[in-house]
Design a protein around this ligand. Structure first.
Ligand code: SF4
Length: 343
């Protein structure tokens, strides 16, 4: 990737944030990818939010909204040819200006990621024990100590008979056990932040709920911060304390999960909430959500959501709404957020 310095960036030597501040601050993040036939496509467009310590932040939105690209940018895993701008402040240090060696040190150690598809993320030719033991081996521990640590990590991630499972290849495990092995790998470096990208999407409902409980238990016990990426509002509503809603590469609403999901301040959030019967809302907006999601490559002028929005009017078609604070700790990118809140 090509990190482009933001005009606002302070550089790697910047001062640490105040004690008690967020572990991660994403500030005006922009990610542009080479277009298939010409100009770059802005797939993440000025996204800002904090991940406080010991807190789970749910990042939600439909497929293609920029959620995964945001998380990958944090880890320096944006695709080849990508251009990035803004700031990614990790304990105050801007990862966007950090060199490859520093990013490698952060990745897996300080920030770990759990991917959506463990079968694709795990190496099919290596036994589970070898893959989970990658970080402990970097510490040059004796073999027996590495094995003990791997068994402990697998046990913590809820893998039964961990000593036996260490010798298995990924294809010999069920989907749920593979995801648990990924969680064990992620915990190996004692990270302070876990990025979990659709960690339960490929699993059946019962296994989903067990994995979510496991993640919530680890998060609470270790005081981890977690960024949980999901298109599934039920998943996010179960575990997240804060929520960020993305649409067409932009953040359209953010705030405390309970408040946002009970009383959305953006029509898109209201539509997502209405689509999930288990998540209650006071919104009286008509359902369902018409049309297909806008994509960053085909973002409508003005408010990107206007072709699907039941409240759209002339101003929405001509003027992109700024993200603004509509109540303490609540942010919405809707010209008529107060009206939505009152519905
Ligand atoms: Fe709907 Fe207009 Fe608000 Fe966009 S700005 S969400 S189109 S009311």
């Amino acid at each position: 990737m090509t990190p482009a310095r933001s005009a606002r960036g302070r550089g790697a030597g910047q001062a640490a944030p105040a004690a008690g501040g967020p572990v991660l601050r994403i500030d005006g993040l922009v990610v542009e990818l080479p277009g298939p036939r010409g100009p770059k496509v802005r797939v993440v467009d000025g996204v800002s939010f904090d991940v406080p310590r010991a807190t789970t932040v749910g990042l939600i939105g439909e497929s293609g909204s920029g959620k995964t690209m945001t998380a990958r940018a944090v880890l320096g895993l944006a695709p080849e040819g990508a251009t990035l701008a803004g700031r990614l402040l990790w304990h105050g240090e801007d990862l966007l200006t950090a060199g490859p060696a520093r990013l490698r040190a952060v990745r897996g150690r300080e920030i770990a990621m759990i991917f959506q598809d463990p079968l694709a993320a795990l190496n099919p030719t290596q036994r589970i024990g070898r893959q989970v033991g990658e970080v402990p081996r970097r510490d040059r521990l004796p073999r027996a100590e590495v094995d003990r640590r791997v068994a402990e990590l697998l046990d913590r991630a809820g893998v039964p008979e961990p000593r036996r499972r260490m010798r298995a290849y990924p294809h010999e495990l069920s989907g749920g056990l593979r995801q648990r092995a990924m969680i064990a790998m992620a915990l190996a470096g004692n990270p302070a932040l876990l990025l979990a990208d659709e960690p339960t999407t490929a699993l059946d409902v019962t296994v989903q709920s067990r994995i979510l409980s496991l993640l919530a238990g680890i998060q609470a016990a270790d005081g981890l911060a977690m960024l949980l990426i999901s298109h599934d509002l039920r998943v996010v509503s179960h575990v997240a304390e804060q929520v960020v809603v993305m649409y067409a590469g932009r953040s359209c609403e953010r705030g405390p999960a309970r408040d946002v999901l009970r009383r959305p301040a953006h029509p898109y959030t209201a539509a997502l909430v209405r689509g999930v019967p288990a998540v209650r809302t006071r919104s009286a907006l008509a359902d369902p959500l018409p049309g297909a999601p806008a994509t960053p490559a085909n973002r409508p002028a003005g408010c990107a959501f206007h072709p699907r929005c039941p409240l759209a009017r002339d101003r929405c078609r001509g003027e992109a709404p700024a993200v603004r604070e509509t109540a303490p700790g609540r942010w919405s990118a809707c010209h008529f957020a107060e009206e939505v809140l009152g519905l």
